[in-house]
Design a protein around this ligand. Structure first.
Ligand SMILES: NC(=O)c1ccc[n+]([C@@H]2O[C@H](COP(=O)([O-])OP(=O)(O)OC[C@H]3O[C@@H](n4cnc5c(N)ncnc54)[C@H](OP(=O)(O)O)[C@@H]3O)[C@@H](O)[C@H]2O)c1
Length: 267
């Protein structure tokens, strides 16, 4: 079934479909909203900052949903809203981030709590809430999707990164476990794990607003852009119904590992 106004995606699971994208007010989430709208999806864009979501809605025609994903009741209300307004075919659990780059011995417990709360429990909370809707959509249309945006931080350690790598490892295990638990049902579980992506806020947030430290992360090489990740997400969603892309790792060419970035070679 395809929307005549949508570009051809080559998928058996083409729109008219509806996606929820979390963390849509900046970076990878906003780029994913733009890309899915261009591909013909209806998109519900969720985050805390209404002004940024409203600007995205004016640009793309997405629906705005202002929410703090650390709030259980708010996520329950989001699921009720989605149920009452047409259901859901895909969720892109993208909201997340890193707070600090402290060695274990200097770790800030509050920063660790916040990382677990948004990356792990935020993804869990949203997934639990919308899974019944995805099951229903999958049963009716052939397939529905959970896409979790983790990180290469889910694949290995780096110094100062334990709070974030721990949270992203947990998100990875959540993804893998859910895939095993619902195997055979018409809901795919997809993980997209980016390396260094130069988004406007990720490193600024990590370094508490220190613009020089944030800029240094991306100096001397070409990092991924948010659009590169959005493109990957859209590709996973557009595979034929019987294909589950379990995990895509996407890095800049200059990055071989979390802590190995080759600078100054033109890569
Ligand atoms: N940039 C990278 O290098 C990189 C690499 C690998 C993986 N990732 C992962 O990719 C995802 C997106 O990263 P990004 O670079 O696009 O980061 P970003 O620009 O900092 O965006 C993070 C998004 O999460 C939202 N968010 C944070 N806390 C929230 C909460 N409590 N409730 C609702 N929304 C919340 C933010 O919106 P509000 O502040 O408006 O709520 C924002 O839209 C994250 O999961 C990140 O861990 C990033």
């Amino acid at each position: 079934m395809s929307d005549s106004t949508a570009p051809e995606t080559g998928s058996e699971t083409t729109p008219n479909r509806r996606a929820l994208v979390t963390g849509a007010s900046s970076g990878i989430g906003a780029a994913t909203v733009r890309r899915l709208r261009a591909d013909g999806w209806d998109v519900v864009a969720a985050a805390r900052r209404a002004d940024r979501l409203e600007a995205l809605a004016a640009e793309t025609g997405c629906e705005v949903y202002v929410i703090d994903l650390t709030d259980d009741d708010a996520v329950t209300a989001l699921a009720a809203h989605l149920t009452a307004s047409g259901g859901l075919d895909a969720v892109v659990n993208n909201a997340g981030g890193a707070f600090g780059l402290d060695r274990v011995e200097d770790a800030d417990l509050d920063g660790w709590r916040r990382m677990y709360e948004i990356n792990v429990l935020g993804t869990l909370r949203v997934t639990k809430a919308v899974l019944p809707l995805l099951r229903e959509a999958g049963a009716g249309k052939g397939v529905a999707d959970v896409v979790n945006v983790t990180s290469t931080a889910a694949q290995g350690a780096y110094e100062g990164g334990a709070g974030y790598t721990g949270a992203k490892h947990a998100e990875h295990m959540l993804s893998q476990t859910l895939r095993w638990e619902i195997a055979g049902e018409p809901v795919r579980v997809i993980e997209v794990a980016p390396g260094a992506v130069a988004t406007e806020e990720f490193s600024l947030v990590r370094f508490g607003g220190d613009a020089d430290k944030a800029a240094a992360v991306y100096e001397g090489y070409t990092p991924l852009a948010a659009d590169d990740v959005a493109d990957t997400i859209a590709w996973t969603l557009s595979r034929p119904d019987h294909v589950n892309i379990d995990l895509v790792t996407i890095r800049p060419r200059a990055q071989a590992h979390n802590s190995k970035i080759v600078r100054g070679t033109g890569a």
